[in-house]
Design a protein around this ligand. Structure first.
Ligand SMILES: C[S@@+](CC[C@H](N)C(=O)[O-])C[C@H]1O[C@@H](n2cnc3c(N)ncnc32)[C@H](O)[C@@H]1O
Length: 411
């Protein structure tokens, strides 16, 4: 059942829907099978390039798209997830037979190919899934070939579970302290059953995603606006630091998640559903966090479906929106106020370039270089921002790709 569910999810991705948007597609399955299907689908997409290499060497001609996905699922289950070959091959043949006349005709081929694939040697040595050209080209231009391959290798590793603790909260057993202040689970973990979840002692947040608020350095009693706030990981950090937080997001649905997160953690913030570009509050803020909408290309370790459902369209519009949001946000600050601009993108046009151009548009605004525990000086960029990449901390399990910079307005 889980395999059929995984195939349905992959089918949805082929049609342009993200895995996250398809949670309803599995509602008829038992909860354990839903989780298994989601994991199988994600792992199949993550390792698709390697699975195709194995399959290509074993077929005479290219299988039909749906049959190819059944083969990929089974290859990844056997060679990556270590499932025993006999069970996987039988289940894949049964699944193929459910796929109409084409499936009936392909069942023999699926059986023969997967029996050979089960004995494949050298899986670990196959190159990781390459990013699609629309993303690979700008990243090779920005970072070079060697870094590009390291980023692809990091995407293949997936992402560990990172937690941000409320100040004074007891660390979760099985979590190790990271140099920048986050905590990382060292083994498999189910979030809702970990100690401290019900009490709201911590929340899930990648170590890189926790840094924009640390860079903003919120103080108790400051008035801080969290612009583009949902689902609210950074709102929680700001509120936990004792700031008076106003969290703004255009999506009422996503703001409900901010409310749920605040409630679980016993924290408060004013929530505003509005387009930031039209939002003009009465009083100026001491500090602003602008976590702008972006290509999210820094999060592929967690969202291996992203390269399959995007084609690069819309990035130019996002870059324009980021610049407009940044210009507007600067008008909401008191003189001498500070603003952190952040995006979870690997594309410099959504990071370094965005800040360099903002400095040209706003004479008098300056960048304050990051000075936080645990940072490698090599991560600090020419204009004084912080560039984080998935291949950093490779011996610890990596981090999301992010860019952030702290700007200061003239007093
Ligand atoms: C990168 S996510 C923010 C993540 C969030 N800061 C966190 O840490 O959980 C970007 C958010 O921007 C919101 N957004 C996009 N355009 C917006 C606009 N013009 N005004 C306000 N919010 C916007 C989206 O709804 C989305 O929730």
């Amino acid at each position: 059942m889980a395999r059929k569910g995984a195939l349905r999810l992959i089918q949805g991705v082929r049609e342009g829907r993200s895995l996250g948007d398809q949670t309803g597609a599995l509602r008829s399955l038992p909860v354990a099978d839903q989780a298994r299907a989601a994991r199988l689908a994600a792992e199949t997409l993550r390792h698709q390039g390697r699975a195709d290499r194995v399959i290509e060497g074993l077929v005479n001609r290219k299988p039909a798209p749906q049959i190819a996905d059944v083969l990929r699922l089974a290859v990844v289950e056997m060679l990556e997830l270590g499932a025993p070959g006999h069970g996987v091959v039988g289940a894949a043949v049964d699944l193929t037979r459910t796929l109409g006349a084409r499936g009936q005709a392909a069942a023999g081929m699926v059986n023969a190919v997967l029996r050979k694939a089960a004995a494949f040697e050298g899986w670990a040595d196959l190159p990781p899934q390459p990013l699609p050209d629309w993303l690979r080209s700008p990243l090779v231009e920005a970072y070079g070939d060697t870094v590009m391959r390291a980023i692809e290798a990091a995407h293949q590793q997936g992402a560990p579970l990172d937690l941000t603790l409320k100040p004074g909260a007891t660390p979760v057993p099985g979590a190790e302290a990271l140099p920048t202040g986050s905590w990382r689970m060292t083994g498999p973990a189910q979030v809702s059953t970990l100690p401290g979840f019900e009490a709201g002692d911590w929340w899930v947040q990648d170590a890189a995603a926790a840094l924009p608020v640390r860079l903003l350095d919120p103080r108790p009693g400051e008035r801080i606006a969290d612009l583009c706030a949902a689902p609210g990981g950074k709102t929680l950090q700001l509120a936990a630091a004792g700031a008076w937080v106003t969290a703004v997001d255009i999506s009422e649905g996503r703001l409900r998640r901010v409310t749920e997160n605040l409630t679980r953690c016993g924290l408060t913030a004013d929530l505003v559903a509005a387009d930031v570009l039209d939002w003009r509050p009465d009083t100026a803020f001491d500090a602003i966090l602008l976590d702008a909408p972006c290509s999210a290309t820094g999060t592929i370790r967690r969202h291996p479906d992203l390269p399959f459902i995007r084609d690069g369209h819309g990035i130019a519009e996002l870059i324009e929106l980021q610049a407009a949001l940044l210009d507007h946000a600067l008008t909401l600050l008191r003189p001498g106020g500070r603003l952190v601009f952040a995006t979870c993108s690997l594309i410099p046009d959504e990071g370094e370039v965005q800040v360099a151009e903002a400095l040209e548009r706003h004479p008098g605004v300056s960048v304050e270089r990051p000075d936080l525990p645990g940072l490698d000086p090599a991560w600090i960029t020419e204009e004084g921002g912080l560039r984080l990449r998935p291949d950093y901390w490779s011996d610890r399990g990596g981090m999301d790709g992010f860019y952030m910079a702290r700007l200061r307005t003239p007093s």
